[in-house]
Design a protein around this ligand. Structure first.
Ligand SMILES: [Mg+2]
Length: 501
C-alpha cells in the first residue's frame, strides 16, 4: 500500500522539555521513565531488521487481571487433584520478576549480581538475616543450577504466588502426595502449563480482551514508522496462530492507517516459534501458514518468501533476509527466551522490555532527596569508622610502648567512645532510610534491578545480555528509528568522586 509521510498522523509526544524547532517539533529528550537505556552501544541506523516478541512486548496485558486469571486456572487444576487450595487468593505483591525459586528449600530469593542471596522468604514469611545467612552464606545461586528457577517474565507472577502459598500447605502437612518442595514447584508449574496448553486461559482472554489487554496506540505507530524508515520488521512469538492473529488484530489494526492491518507491518511472522530453542542450533522444521484457519504447508528448504510461518529457527530468518546477527535487533520481555539465547547463540542485538521500570524510575525519582541523604550519612559513617580505626591502632601502639601516660590513654579511650556513640546515632538515622530504599517498587522485595546499594541478579543478566532496555516498545517512537544509543561511561569503585574527598 502506498503511503506518504503526510498521511501519517503522529500522536502528541509526552516530551517534558519545551525545546522545539521552528515548526514546533519537540526536540527535547523524553522524560526519563520513557527513555531507552543502553548497556552496549547500538546504532539503530545500522540495524536492518527488528524482530519482536508479542506477549508482554507488542501486546501488553493488565498484569493483575491476566495473572489472576492464570492463578485461578491453576487453582482449579490443583483443587481437582485434591490440593486444599480453594481458600487461597491471588496477591500480586507477593513476588516480582527476577526472584528465584529455591526448589530444595521452598524459598523465594532475591540475589545480588554475584549470586549471593540478599533477601529470602519461606511461604509468605521473610527470613531473618541470621536465618538467611545460615541457609545461604556459602551458596552462590544461578538458574543454570537445577535447584533454582528464575521468574523471568511477568507470566511467572502467578506461578510464584501459588508456589509461595502452597509452600505453607506443604509445611502444614496438608499435601500428603507431594514429596518435597521440588515436587511442589513442578506440580504448580504443570498446572500452569496445562492451563496454557489446554487453551482455556487463552479462550477466556480472547472472549474478553478489553479486560486483559492494555491498548497502546503508540506501539503500532512505532512499528509503522520503523517500517517507513526502512527497517524490515519480524514477529517471532511462541503463541499459536489463532491467538496471535486475534491479539495482533485487536491491539494493532484500529490504530493503523485505513486499509492497513498488522500483517502489512511485518515481512516475516513466525508463530509457535518455540523460543528459546528457536535461537538454538537445532534445525527445527518450518511450515507456511497457508490459510486463515491455520492450514500448514511444509517448507523443506527454508523460508521461500515473506509471509506467515510456524516453527523454524533463527538461522533460516538470517538466510532469508541475507543478514548477519549483528544487523538484527530482537525485542522481547523474556530474559532467557528472548534475550539471553538470541545474544549468546546467534549474536543478535537485543532489547529487553521491562515494564516495571516505568513505575520504579518514578519511585526512584521521588526518593532521590532521601537517597542523597542516605548516601551522605553512609559517607559520614565511613569517615567516623576510619577515625575510630586510626585511634584504636594508636591506642594499641601506646599500650605497647612502656612509657605511655595513663592520662593520654584515658583521653584516647574517651575519644573512641565518643566516636562509637556518634556512629550509633548515625545508624539510627541510616536504618530507616535504607529500609525505605529497599521497599521501592515492592514493599517485600524492593526494586527489580537493585539489592540495596548493589545490582540485582536480574540487573547483571540484563547488562550481560541486553544491549538496550526500556519499559515499553512505544519508547522507540520517542527515541526515533534513527537513534544512536550510547553506553554511558560506566562507574567503577575507584572513580574519583565526591565520596572520595
Ligand atoms: Mg513475551
Amino acid at each position: 500500500m502506498a503511503m506518504t509521510d503526510s498521511d501519517i498522523e503522529l500522536p502528541a509526544l509526552p516530551i517534558d522539555d519545551p525545546v522545539a524547532d521552528g515548526d514546533g517539533v519537540p526536540l527535547g529528550l523524553p522524560p526519563i521513565e520513557r527513555r531507552v537505556f543502553c548497556n552496549r552501544t547500538l546504532n539503530l541506523r545500522k540495524v536492518r531488521a527488528i524482530g519482536y516478541d508479542m506477549d508482554y512486548t507488542l501486546v501488553h496485558y493488565n498484569v493483575e487481571a491476566w495473572e489472576r486469571a492464570a492463578y485461578e486456572h491453576m487453582q482449579r487444576k490443583l483443587s481437582a487433584r485434591g490440593w486444599p487450595v480453594d481458600h487461597l487468593s491471588f496477591d500480586p505483591t507477593v513476588v516480582i520478576r527476577g526472584l528465584m525459586v529455591d526448589r530444595d528449600l521452598g524459598n523465594l530469593i532475591k540475589a545480588n549480581r554475584f549470586g549471593y542471596v540478599k533477601h529470602a522468604s519461606h511461604g509468605l514469611r521473610r527470613l531473618t538475616t541470621s536465618e538467611k545467612n545460615k541457609l545461604y552464606a556459602r551458596t552462590v545461586v544461578s538458574p543454570a543450577d537445577d535447584r533454582f528457577r528464575l521468574l523471568d517474565t511477568l507470566f511467572s507472577i502467578s506461578e510464584g504466588v501459588m508456589f509461595a502459598q502452597t509452600t505453607e500447605l506443604l509445611d502444614a502437612r496438608l499435601l500428603p502426595e507431594v514429596m518435597g518442595f521440588a515436587d511442589l514447584y513442578d506440580g504448580v508449574r504443570r498446572a500452569l502449563d496445562r492451563a496454557h496448553i489446554e487453551g482455556e486461559l487463552k479462550a477466556e482472554i480472547m472472549a474478553r480482551p478489553e479486560r486483559y489487554v492494555e491498548l497502546d496506540p503508540a506501539v503500532p505507530q512505532t512499528l509503522f514508522e520503523q517500517k517507513l524508515a526502512g527497517h524490515a520488521l519480524l514477529l517471532i512469538t511462541n503463541s499459536d496462530f489463532a491467538y496471535t492473529e486475534f491479539m495482533m488484530a485487536y491491539a494493532f489494526d484500529r490504530f493503523l492507517p485505513d486499509g492497513m492491518t498488522w500483517r502489512d507491518l511485518f515481512r516475516i511472522v513466525i508463530v509457535s516459534a518455540r523460543k528459546p530453542d528457536f535461537f538454538g542450533t537445532d534445525r527445527l522444521p518450518i511450515f507456511e501458514v497457508v490459510t486463515g484457519d491455520g492450514l500448514l504447508r511444509r517448507c523443506p528448504s527454508g523460508i521461500p518468501a515473506d509471509g506467515v510461518y510456524l516453527g523454524g529457527h533463527a538461522a533460516m530468518v538470517e538466510r532469508h533476509l541475507g543478514l548477519d546477527g549483528s544487523e538484527i535487533l530482537f525485542v522481547g520481555d523474556h530474559m532467557y527466551g528472548d534475550v539471553t539465547v538470541s545474544k549468546a547463540i546467534r549474536r543478535w542485538r537485543t532489547a529487553l522490555i521491562l515494564r516495571e521500570l516505568e513505575d520504579e524510575i518514578l519511585a526512584l525519582t521521588r526518593f532521590r532527596p532521601t537517597q542523597r541523604l542516605l548516601m551522605d550519612r553512609v559517607a559520614d559513617k565511613e569517615r567516623l569508622e576510619h577515625q575510630i580505626s586510626r585511634l584504636r591502632l594508636d591506642l594499641h601502639r601506646d599500650r605497647a610502648a612502656a612509657n605511655a601516660s595513663p592520662l593520654h590513654l584515658a583521653a584516647a579511650e574517651a575519644r573512641v567512645k565518643a566516636l562509637r556513640d556518634a556512629i550509633l546515632a548515625l545508624d539510627a538515622e541510616i536504618d530507616p532510610l535504607a529500609r525505605a530504599a529497599e521497599q521501592l517498587g515492592n514493599a517485600r522485595w524492593g526494586p527489580t534491578l537493585r539489592t540495596g546499594a548493589d545490582k540485582s541478579y536480574l540487573a547483571r543478566q540484563l547488562e550481560r545480555h541486553a544491549d538496550i532496555y526500556t519499559a515499553r516498545v512505544s519508547n522507540f517512537q520517542l527515541a526515533t528509528p534513527f537513534a544512536y544509543f550510547r553506553a554511558p561511561y560506566g562507574s567503577l569503585p575507584h572513580d574519583p568522586g565526591p565520596a572520595m574527598s
